[in-house]
Design a protein around this ligand. Structure first.
Ligand code: 0WD
Ligand code: CA
Length: 383
């Protein structure tokens, strides 16, 4: 009794007024998103900001680092400093969109449309969010393990999307094994081995790893008729002064277990490259540098991945992910949000929920714990 519609899977499939689950959910089935690649405009960097060692906000690039290419087989010890030179960001503090909102307040003139054209879209964008939230949307049709919760509020015509930690994610975070905690450090340690603070200087593997520090780019782009403004953390940039302007000079750093068997290679292509591609494609970061490490946390090889080549690399894989499915799903989700989150009120939250193998559904919450647009932001924007 299911009549799947090829191009508009979210449209009401039942008679209006009939209370049927499929009439208010959004399908996450891959087959429904296999159509032409949607228009995705080249992302443009409109600004950046930095968070220092105490997580303080600065409207500048002071935390931007420079990539220093290591040997092909550098033998970096990623376990070094875990006990005595590691300051970890407090994961219990939920920052929501606060840093992006601070950036918007400081740079409002760059974003507001000067000509008032009737529609009250004070910011001239439809969506404001973190890049990481969009990455989760892109990978949803292939995500069989983890669900998500995305809170949405419409304010002055713009839709703000902020993640809410699921109960399952909170439990996983609180029950993390010691080995897992240490492995989370390895990624940051690899950054320290490969990044310098200045164009002229070299990396300092003897220093402290402090995960409060971050450099974030703010980009603007358009996915079909959705104008997007989002921010993402950037690891470092090409230190060559003649490198292209941001975001094309940015480099994403990753660590991954070394690949020893065909099965491991296939899993790497099917799962890891999907996440790497989605994350960097969104802001237009062209390359990923991967450090492959052994079980003892020693980097045994370093490899470059060009984002534009990843989709070709995976084509030999049977039953593999497709970029067009990722982008079309995201596009349709944003359309679904636009037509659902209609009340313009910073204290109303439309909570969208995904559980693997289910449609995306939503619930509405007024003046609840889910409200995430701070008073200072609402005040600033309306005065
Ligand atoms: O409050 C929240 N729910 C979140 C806050 C969720 C996600 C991000 N954030 C904020 C933080 O302020 C952080 O500085 O986002 C920033 C990073 O945002 P993003 O670029 O949109 O996130 P994502 O693409 O998922 O992660 C990029 C990097 C990660 O690198 P790897 O190579 O592992 O993908 O940002 C780091 C991590 O190094 N990172 C985070 N840093 C702080 N808070 C977080 C987080 N929650 N998640 C990933
Ligand atoms: Ca990284």
């Amino acid at each position: 009794h299911h009549h799947r519609q090829q191009h508009h899977p979210y449209q009401c499939r039942t008679t209006p007024g009939q209370n049927h689950v499929s009439s208010r959910g959004l399908s996450t089935r891959r087959e429904e998103y296999e159509r032409a690649f949607p228009v995705y405009k080249q992302p443009v960097e409109v600004g950046c900001f930095s968070l220092d060692s105490k997580r303080r906000f600065f409207n500048d690039s002071r935390q931007l680092r420079y990539y220093v290419e290591p040997d092909r087989s550098p033998n970096f010890d990623l376990r070094d400093g875990y006990r005595d030179r590691y300051i970890k960001r407090d994961e219990n503090v939920k920052e929501k969109l606060d840093h992006i909102l601070r950036w918007i307040v400081a740079n409002r003139s760059k974003l507001s449309s000067r000509v008032t054209t009737g529609s009250p879209c004070a910011l001239d964008v439809n969506f404001v969010t973190w890049r990481g939230h969009l990455t989760k949307l892109l990978t949803t049709p292939y995500e069989a393990r983890e669900g998500w919760l995305l809170a949405v509020s419409r304010f002055m015509g713009t839709l703000y999307i902020s993640e809410v930690e699921t109960e399952a994610a909170r439990q996983e975070r609180e029950n993390r094994a010691d080995r897992q905690k240490e492995m989370m450090y390895w990624g940051y340690k690899f950054e320290q081995y490969t990044c310098a603070d200045n164009v002229q200087s070299l990396p300092d593997p003897g220093g402290v790893v402090n995960t409060n520090e971050a450099f974030c780019t703010v980009v603007q782009t358009r996915l079909e008729d959705h104008r997007l403004l989002f921010s993402g953390e950037v690891d470092c940039r090409d230190k060559d002064p003649s490198a292209p302007p941001p975001p094309a000079c940015y480099v994403e750093l990753k660590t991954s277990a070394e690949i020893c068997t065909p099965k491991q290679r296939s899993n790497f292509h099917r799962f890891k490259l999907l996440k790497w591609w989605a994350q960097s494609f969104l802001p237009g970061v062209p390359r990923v540098v991967a450090g492959f490490r052994d079980h003892e946390g020693v980097v045994v090889s370093v490899e470059n991945f060009s984002i534009s080549k990843i989709s070709h690399l995976i084509k030999s894989e049977h039953n593999c992910w497709k970029p067009t499915v990722c982008m079309n799903f995201c596009c349709d989700f944003l359309s679904f949000v636009k037509r659902t989150a209609t009340e313009d009120n910073p204290n109303v939250v439309y909570l969208f929920s995904y559980e693997p193998h289910r449609d995306v559904t939503y619930s509405i919450h007024r003046d609840s714990q889910y409200s995430f647009l701070p008073h200072w932001y609402v005040e600033e924007m309306t005065s």
